[in-house]
Design a protein around this ligand. Structure first.
Ligand code: ADP
Ligand code: MG
Length: 626
C-alpha cells in the first residue's frame, strides 16, 4: 500500500492551532493588549465594533517593529521574548509562545501597521487567513496598530458558535479589566461602537479600581499589604457589607498576570468567615509578587491557571494578611492566636447592645378560634431536655401534623401514638388527642424552613418552598411582561443606583421590559439610574440586589438556551423575590403557596426546570413499615 501520511499545509495547521488560542473575540483582545504591554507601551487604545465580531483594534505607543520583524511576527513560534527553554523560568513578559499573531491571522482579516521610533516610515501588512495580501511602507506613528476584522470568517462553525453581543462584550470587558487592573501605570481607553466605554488615565492602584468599578467602590476598599520572604501582597479587599452576589469583583494577579485560583480564593473566603451573608462573595483586587522561578504558568494554554511551588504557605500568608487588614480597619475582631477563637464575640453581635428580654405575646391568638396558631419561631422544636425552661407547647402541634395523613386513614398505629407523651409535660396531653383537633384544620406543615408538607388524598406531598414560589412569581411576571400592564408602587424618595458602563449597557437593553414589570426610571445615564417606582411586592431594599442578579444572569446566559430577554427577566426576578430556604412561613402563607402553585400552568417544575414537589403515597409509607 502506498504511503498515506502527509504534512498538513501551514495554513491548515495554523487554523487548527488557532482554535486553542482564539476561542472568542475576547481571546484576541487579551493577546493584543498583552503584546502592547510587552512592547513597553504606556498608552493603549482598544476599539471594538459589534462585540468584536466586526472589528477589534488595538493601538499602542510601544516600541514597534522593523519591517522584517513585522513580517516574521505572523510566523508560528516567532517570538522575541524567549531564546531558550531556560528563559521560561525567569519570564517577565506576558507572551512567550509566539503563537498569538499566527493564530489570529489564520482565522481573520488582519492589518498590522507598525513603526519604530528611529525610523521615518513604518510598515503595513495585510493578511487574510494566513495569506499575505499586501506589504508596503507607510506613514504611521511610532508604535503598533493591529486591526482584526471578520473573526472566524473561514470557520463558519466557530462564528455561529459565538454568543450574543452582550455575552461576547462581557468577556471582552472582563479581559480589559484584568489587563487594566494589572497595569495602573499604563493609560487605557476602550471604545465600543463609536462611544467611549472606559477612559483610564495612568494612576495609582486604588484610583484604577475606582475608575473601573465606579466611585462607590472607593469607600468599600480595605488595603491589604504584606511582605514576607516568599510572597509580597498588595491591593484591596471589599468590606463585607458591600459583598456582591456575583464573583465579578474577584481578581488575583501574580506578577502582574491575572490568574484564577480556587485554592487562593478559598483562603480569602476563610479570612472572611463569619462576616459574610450566605450567597455573597467578597470583592478583592490583590497583587501577589513571587519569585518567577517558583511558579509554572506554562501548564494551561490560556494561561490563567498557575502552579505554585508552595501553595500551602501562600494560602496561610494570604489568609492571615486579609484577616489582619479586616481586623485593623475594625471590620473584624483582630485574630489573637493565643486565645480560644470560640471565646470571640461573633461579629454580628459585636456592636449590639445587650437588650432586656421581652415577653413574646402572640397577638393573633384568639381563644374563640378553634384552630391553633402556629409558632413562627423556628429552632425551638428540638428542645428535648425535660427541664428546659423555654419549652413551648406549640412545637408539639407541629410534630403532630406530621401524622395527619396517617391518622385520617385510621391506621392501626393510632393507639401507639395515643400513648406517647412528652416527658416534660406535666399534663397528660397525648399527641393523638391534639392531633385529632388539628386533623380537620391543618393541612400544611413546614419543616426545616425549607419544605412544606401537605396531605393529599393518596398520601403526602412535599413541596420545595423556594422553587414553588419561583414558579408562582415567574408565571405572574411573564403575564405582566407580555400583556405589558403592570402595577407600580411609588417610592417616597427616588432611588439612585450606580453601575459600570458595561452593566448599564445590559440594563439599557432590558429597560423596556423592566418598565413592564413596574419599574419607573426617571433617569438612565451612562453611570447609573434613578428609580421612582418599583413593581408591587418588590421591597426597596431588594432593588439593587435584583438588578445585580439580573445583570449577572444576563452575563452568564446559558449557552444554547434560547434567549429571550423577557423570559430571562421573569426568571431572574422570580429567583430574587422568591421565598428563600430558611424562611419560616405562617400556616396561611403555606396554604396560599400550595394553592398558588397549583393554579399555575406548569406547577411541577420551577422556571429553571427543577422539580417543585414530590408525592409519597400511603402505600410507599406502608412499604417502609414492613
Ligand atoms: P508572543 O507574544 O508569544 O511572543 P505573538 O504572536 O503574540 O507571540 O507576537 C509575536 C511577536 O511579535 C512578539 O514576540 C513581538 O516581538 C512582536 N509583537 C507583537 N505585537 C507587538 C506590538 N504591539 N508591538 C511590538 N511588537 C509586537
Ligand atoms: Mg503575544
Amino acid at each position: 500500500m502506498a504511503d498515506i501520511i502527509q504534512l498538513l499545509p501551514d495554513h491548515v495547521a495554523n487554523q487548527i492551532a488557532a482554535g486553542e488560542v482564539v476561542q472568542r473575540p475576547a481571546s484576541v483582545v487579551k493577546e493584543l493588549l498583552e503584546n502592547s504591554i510587552d512592547a513597553g507601551a504606556y498608552s493603549i487604545k482598544l476599539i471594538i465594533k459589534d462585540a468584536g465580531k466586526t472589528l477589534i483594534q488595538v493601538i499602542d505607543n510601544g516600541k514597534g517593529m522593523s519591517a522584517t520583524d513585522a513580517r516574521l511576527s505572523f510566523e508560528r513560534h516567532a517570538t522575541s521574548k524567549i531564546r531558550s527553554a531556560e528563559d521560561l523560568f525567569s519570564l517577565n513578559t506576558k507572551g512567550f509562545r509566539g503563537e498569538a499573531l499566527a493564530s489570529i491571522a489564520a482565522i481573520a482579516h488582519v492589518e498590522l501597521k507598525t513603526k519604530q521610533d528611529q525610523d521615518e516610515l513604518g510598515t503595513v501588512i495585510e493578511i487574510e487567513g494566513s495569506e499575505i495580501k499586501n506589504q508596503e511602507v507607510t506613514v504611521t506613528p511610532t508604535g503598533t496598530s493591529l486591526c482584526v476584522k471578520h473573526l472566524f470568517f473561514n470557520i463558519p462553525a466557530r462564528r455561529n458558535f459565538l454568543k450574543s453581543n452582550n455575552v461576547e462584550l462581557r468577556h471582552i470587558v472582563d479581559e480589559f479589566h484584568r489587563v487594566a487592573l494589572a497595569h495602573p501605570d499604563i493609560e487605557f481607553l476602550m471604545y465600543h461602537n463609536g462611544s467611549e466605554s472606559f477612559n483610564l488615565p495612568k494612576s495609582n492602584y486604588r484610583q484604577r479600581v475606582v475608575n473601573i468599578f465606579g466611585n462607590k467602590t472607593n469607600e468599600k476598599l480595605v488595603p491589604v499589604v504584606e511582605e514576607t520572604e516568599v510572597l509580597k501582597i498588595s491591593g484591596f479587599v471589599g468590606k463585607p457589607e458591600f459583598a456582591k452576589r456575583t464573583r465579578t469583583e474577584q481578581f488575583f494577579f501574580v506578577n502582574n498576570r491575572f490568574i484564577k485560583s480556587p485554592y487562593l480564593n478559598h483562603a480569602i473566603n476563610s479570612a472572611f468567615e463569619g462576616l459574610m451573608k450566605d450567597g455573597s462573595h467578597p470583592s478583592y483586587f490583590l497583587n501577589l509578587t513571587v519569585d518567577p522561578k517558583s511558579i509554572d504558568i506554562n501548564i494551561h494554554p490560556t494561561k490563567t491557571e498557575i502552579k505554585f511551588d508552595d501553595e500551602h504557605t501562600l494560602y496561610a500568608i494570604l489568609r492571615a494578611a486579609v484577616k489582619h487588614s479586616l481586623g485593623q480597619f475594625n471590620i473584624a475582631p483582630v485574630l489573637d492566636f493565643d486565645r480560644d477563637r470560640n471565646l470571640d464575640t461573633p461579629y454580628d453581635f459585636e456592636n449590639k447592645r445587650a437588650s432586656t428580654p421581652t415577653v413574646e405575646v402572640d397577638r393573633s391568638f384568639n381563644p374563640f378560634q378553634e384552630e391553633r396558631v402556629q409558632s413562627r419561631s423556628s429552632g425551638s422544636s428540638s428542645s428535648s431536655s425535660s427541664s428546659s425552661s423555654n419549652y413551648r407547647k406549640e412545637p408539639a402541634s407541629q410534630w403532630e401534623s406530621l401524622y395527619v395523613g396517617l391518622e385520617s386513614k385510621g391506621t392501626k398505629t393510632e393507639n401507639n401514638f395515643s400513648e406517647v407523651q412528652f416527658e416534660s409535660q406535666p399534663e397528660n396531653t397525648s399527641l393523638f388527642d391534639d392531633g385529632k383537633q388539628v386533623e380537620t384544620k391543618q393541612r400544611t406543615y413546614q419543616f426545616h424552613n425549607k419544605y412544606i408538607i401537605s396531605t393529599i388524598k393518596s398520601g403526602m406531598m412535599i413541596l420545595d418552598q423556594h422553587r414553588a414560589h419561583q414558579r408562582v412569581l415567574y408565571e405572574g411576571l411573564l403575564k405582566h411582561l407580555t400583556v405589558k400592564e403592570s402595577v407600580s408602587q411609588q417610592l417616597l424618595f427616588p432611588l439612585s443606583l450606580e453601575f459600570s458602563s458595561s452593566e448599564m449597557e445590559i440594563l439599557e437593553n432590558l429597560k423596556e421590559d423592566l418598565e413592564h414589570t413596574g419599574f419607573i426610571f426617571t433617569s438612565f445615564t451612562e453611570v447609573g439610574i434613578e428609580i421612582t417606582g418599583v413593581p408591587i411586592n418588590v421591597p426597596e431594599s431588594e432593588v439593587s440586589i435584583i438588578l445585580e442578579q439580573l445583570i449577572s444572569d444576563v452575563e452568564q446566559e446559558v449557552p444554547d438556551s434560547h434567549f429571550s430577554a423577557t423570559d430571562l427577566l421573569a426568571k431572574s426576578m422570580a429567583k430574587s423575590l422568591a421565598i428563600k430556604t430558611g424562611q419560616s412561613l405562617s400556616r396561611l402563607e403555606q396554604e396560599h403557596l400550595v394553592n398558588s402553585l397549583f393554579a399555575c400552568k406548569e406547577p411541577t417544575v420551577s422556571p429553571t426546570n427543577k422539580v417543585t414537589f414530590i408525592t409519597m403515597s400511603v402505600d410507599d409509607f406502608d412499604k417502609k413499615f414492613i
